[in-house]
Design a protein around this ligand. Structure first.
Ligand SMILES: [Fe+2]
Ligand SMILES: [Fe+2]
Length: 291
């Protein structure tokens, strides 16, 4: 069996051959680097958002959506920050700026890339809510870690579009099982989406805890770096099925679920109850931020 380090090196070597990898927008890069440097302040956040017209429009759209229940329309980013708080606006801005990477339209009669986007938003919201509930010191990183956990699928779609669509079709038609996905990806592409995702996030210069969480979101391995964030993302990924945002093409494993529950010291039924309450928030975000 290959070690995580060997798998990452294989994914890195494969990706090196292709110059056309997905890239982040300038505003997403600025937001992420502000987050990694320190806690994002109101002023920094407002400046980053206002430099990007499309991002500003999207933040207004979501902040004025019925979910946030403001009786009067929110006219400026500063006002949105005061009324809804830095965390909420930061997440809307992150989701909006990252959504541009999730383009690709309908890949098969059953699968649209928007399904992957909705799943990513659900996992981001769930990861952050769990981090807050468990009083984890990871709650600042949780939303973005969830949002980017499956970005490795976009690497596969960019590098091997024909083969990736064929794989999605076979999963749709249940001729292969999600349970076997990681091995099938290795057989066909040379590495799996968790390892491709890890390498892409590293190439985007994101902090190592985000790369490690993407790498470990289907398997809790002892050398997977920060296991708390990885366990949160892994469980949020599995919980997405119970709130109607599953990614039917994604891998599953009961063993990894139990390992992650043990890392966090929590039971599955408590998490399921929490997830059900978050559904309106997830529906609101994905309704206003189409990829
Ligand atoms: Fe995945
Ligand atoms: Fe996933």
């Amino acid at each position: 069996m290959t070690s995580p380090t060997e798998r990452h090196e294989t994914a890195r070597a494969l990706m090196k051959k292709f110059p056309a990898l997905p890239s982040l927008s300038n505003s997403a890069t600025r937001l992420l680097s502000a987050m990694s440097a320190r806690r994002v302040t109101t002023t920094t956040l407002a400046q980053i958002i206002e430099r990007d017209v499309a991002l500003t429009a999207n933040v207004h759209k979501v902040a004025n959506s019925p979910f946030y229940g403001q009786s009067r329309s929110i006219a400026t980013i500063e006002r949105a920050l005061v009324l809804l708080g830095v965390d909420v606006i930061r997440n809307i801005a992150l989701a909006s700026s990252v959504s541009r990477v999730f383009r690709g339209g309908r890949l098969t009669p059953e699968f649209h890339i928007g399904t992957l986007w909705r799943h990513s938003l659900a996992v981001a919201t769930l990861t952050e809510a769990m981090a807050k509930k468990l009083a984890s010191d990871q709650h600042e990183n949780a939303f973005i870690a969830g949002l980017l956990h499956d970005v490795g699928f976009l690497v596969e779609l960019n590098l091997w579009p024909v083969e990736f669509v064929a794989l999605v079709r076979e999963l749709d038609q249940q001729s292969i099982r999600p349970h076997d996905l990681l091995q099938i990806e290795v057989d066909r592409f040379g590495a799996s989406h968790d390892d491709f995702g890890r390498v892409l996030l590293d190439q985007w210069l994101l902090p190592s805890h985000l790369c490690d969480a993407a790498a470990a979101h289907h398997r809790m391995e002892s050398d997977a770096g920060d296991r708390t964030l990885a366990a949160l993302v892994l469980l949020a990924d599995q919980l997405s099925a119970s709130i109607g945002a599953p990614l039917l093409i994604d891998a599953t494993s009961d063993a990894s679920r139990y390992a992650a529950l043990a890392v966090l010291g929590i039971d599955w039924s408590t998490l399921e109850e929490m997830a059900t309450n978050l559904r309106p928030q997830i529906d609101s975000l994905s309704g206003y931020l189409d990829a």
